[in-house]
Design a binder for this molecule. Structure first.
Ligand SMILES: NC(=O)C1=CN([C@@H]2O[C@H](COP(=O)(O)OP(=O)(O)OC[C@H]3O[C@@H](n4cnc5c(N)ncnc54)[C@H](O)[C@@H]3O)[C@@H](O)[C@H]2O)C=CC1
Ligand SMILES: O=C(O)CCC(=O)C(=O)O
Length: 523
């Protein structure tokens, strides 16, 4: 019988559903998880809320197969360590979004109408009507940062207040944001224009300090910043400094470094401070509990991993090929000069064709470096779609003798016209090599390190010119390949250098040799 530990206050429907399906359930909310695992070292699965699931806990549970976070954010679980131990981690996406969306509206109204203070002072016998002059939410400009499950619901729940809605989500295509009902707006403009800004991005390294001195400094006097995402997303020291200078920014927060009693680092800077109440409704708790139980049953009974957030590639796939794909994506993006990407077509030759779906997260990583990393293939494909990128993994043509190689064609839009950069790569002796760029074949250049890429009309003396410009900048050439496309009389030089070549140096060399295209890549 599979033993499931639920070391948290989670609605009994989770335990009941699992018991009915034949699981053994230990639910104990008041004993730390560290203690409970000593009594239950044979635990197969965990369902947690904000409890930390550390490497030590995973190492101690030798039978642990899956950890389910009954909620959205899973930054309390070390998902990388979990992967190493072959433990799947899931969340229950969307289960508590409505609770947070409603909390945000409650916070705004409570702050605007001084509800908390007014209740306190009225109970004390005071009558401070003049002091508690309020503001109205109706027709305010609200900036929503993070348009996932919660951000999108806030859009809906705010509708009655006739707001102007600005939105930012760097994984969401412009048109999708418009369809959701917000005006896609840069972070800088949101912070400059909004009366209320509410944050709904995940926590962790990718968003740590995301709202720092620069953005905070752009906020209007009298504006409100709400943090129901995670502690660390807002640089509270920078906020405190601005407030000390007399800037009138209200800060309403629900999130803390630790979910526990004790001093709160945000207390001095916050105008409203809640004990992580976002998901704390009867409805959200029940929904997350039911989902957690259903997901666990589907996981063990049917092998359903659709909510796994730390998926890995299958055995048999050489990680070097995954890395190569990311490098090809990066290379093509830089060659495409950062123009909007519209389409990516890939062909995986040889044995790689069997694994093609597993390359999607790496393609995403290469072409959209700010996109979420470590996504499952389906989620990566969805992310590409949301960015307005059509992605196709083509069937390889059997007459092409490319063995285990990868072709990536990246199409950008330049002045309304499609422009495609095509790159092909292989792994040789464990080294990721680029073998073709557009019509320039036979490159076989190591993709690691610094590469200067120049296309020019073929003529004698060009390499010498490049060499002398690099030398005068103190840059050494480690290797050069410079094949010629005789059909068009052009050459493509891939020059490996001991240091990165700066944009200014690229421009100087490009001018000196009258290059048709020039860029530098450091991988
Ligand atoms: N206060 C509370 O009780 C609760 C807090 N949360 C927090 O809220 C977060 C969001 O929850 P959901 O909306 O359910 O998650 P979600 O995954 O549906 O949405 C997150 C959105 O943030 C976007 N995003 C990620 N990084 C970004 C960045 N650097 N810049 C702009 N956008 C970025 C993603 O594209 C995605 O659309 C959770 O990760 C969790 O940390 C969630 C539930 C309850
Ligand atoms: O379970 C809770 O109360 C915390 C919810 C939360 O922060 C999340 O789901 O990310």
């Amino acid at each position: 019988m599979k033993k499931v530990l639920i070391p948290t206050k989670l609605e009994s429907i989770a335990a009941n559903t699992l018991k009915a399906a034949g699981y053994e359930i230990i639910q104990e909310a008041d004993t730390p998880l560290e203690e409970q695992i000593k009594q239950h070292p044979d635990t197969t699965a965990l369902i947690v809320r904000s409890e930390k699931v550390t490497p030590e806990i995973m190492d101690a549970l030798l039978n642990l197969k899956v950890v389910i976070r009954a909620g959205a954010g899973y930054d309390n679980i070390d998902i990388v360590h979990a992967r190493k131990k072959n433990i799947d981690v899931m969340n229950t996406p969307g289960a508590n979004s409505n609770a947070v969306a409603e909390e945000v509206i409650a916070m705004i109204l409570a702050y605007y109408r001084h509800i908390v203070d007014a209740d306190n002072t009225t109970r004390q016998g005071l009558w401070e009507k003049k002091r508690y002059m309020g503001s109205e939410l109706t027709k305010k400009t609200v900036g929503i940062v993070g348009l996932g499950n919660i951000g999108r619901l806030i859009v809906k729940r705010l509708q009655g207040f006739e707001p102007t809605l600005l939105g930012y989500d760097h994984f969401l295509a412009r048109q999708r944001a418009i369809n959701i009902g917000v005006t896609p707006t840069s972070l800088e403009e949101i912070f400059e224009q909004a009366d209320i800004i509410t944050l709904h991005v995940p926590g962790g390294p990718s968003t740590k300090g995301m709202v720092g001195a620069d953005l905070l400094g752009r906020m209007k006097n009298g504006s409100v910043l709400i943090n129901c995402s995670r502690y660390g997303v807002v640089d509270e020291e920078a906020l405190a400094a601005l407030k000390a200078e007399g800037r009138k920014i209200a800060y309403l927060t629900d999130v803390h470094p630790k979910d526990a009693a004790g001093d709160k680092p945000s207390a001095a800077v916050a105008d409203l401070l809640l004990p992580h109440l976002g998901a704390n409704t009867i409805e959200a708790n029940a929904k997350a509990a039911r989902r957690a139980a259903e997901q666990m049953i589907a996981y063990f009974d049917e092998g359903n991993t659709s909510c796994v957030v730390n998926g890995e590639s299958p055995t048999g796939l050489n990680p070097a090929h995954l890395h190569l794909t990311m490098m090809l994506g990066t290379f093509a993006r830089i060659a495409g000069e950062g123009k909007p990407i519209r389409r990516i077509d890939c062909t995986f030759y040889g044995d790689l064709r069997t694994y093609r779906k597993w390359f999607t997260p790496k393609i995403l990583e290469g072409v959209l470096p700010h996109a979420e990393k470590g996504l499952m293939p389906e989620a990566a494909e969805e992310s590409l779609r949301e960015h307005g990128i059509v992605f196709k993994a083509r069937e390889p043509m059997d007459d092409k003798p490319y063995e285990d190689s990868i072709t990536l064609d990246l199409t950008t839009e330049v002045d309304g016209e499609p422009v495609t950069t095509s790159v092909r790569g292989v792994v040789t002796e464990g080294i990721p090599m680029i073998s073709r760029i557009n019509t320039f074949h036979g490159l076989y250049s190591d993709m690691r390190g610094n590469t200067l890429v120049l296309r020019y009309k073929d003529r004698p003396g060009v390499i010498a010119l490049i060499g002398s410009t690099l030398a005068s900048a103190g840059i050494n050439i480690d290797n050069i390949v410079a094949p010629i496309d005789h059909a068009c009389g052009e050459a493509m030089a891939l020059i490996k250098t001991n240091k990165p070549v700066t944009d200014e140096q690229v421009a100087e060399i490009s001018k000196g040799i009258d290059a048709l295209s020039a860029f530098a890549v450091s991988l």
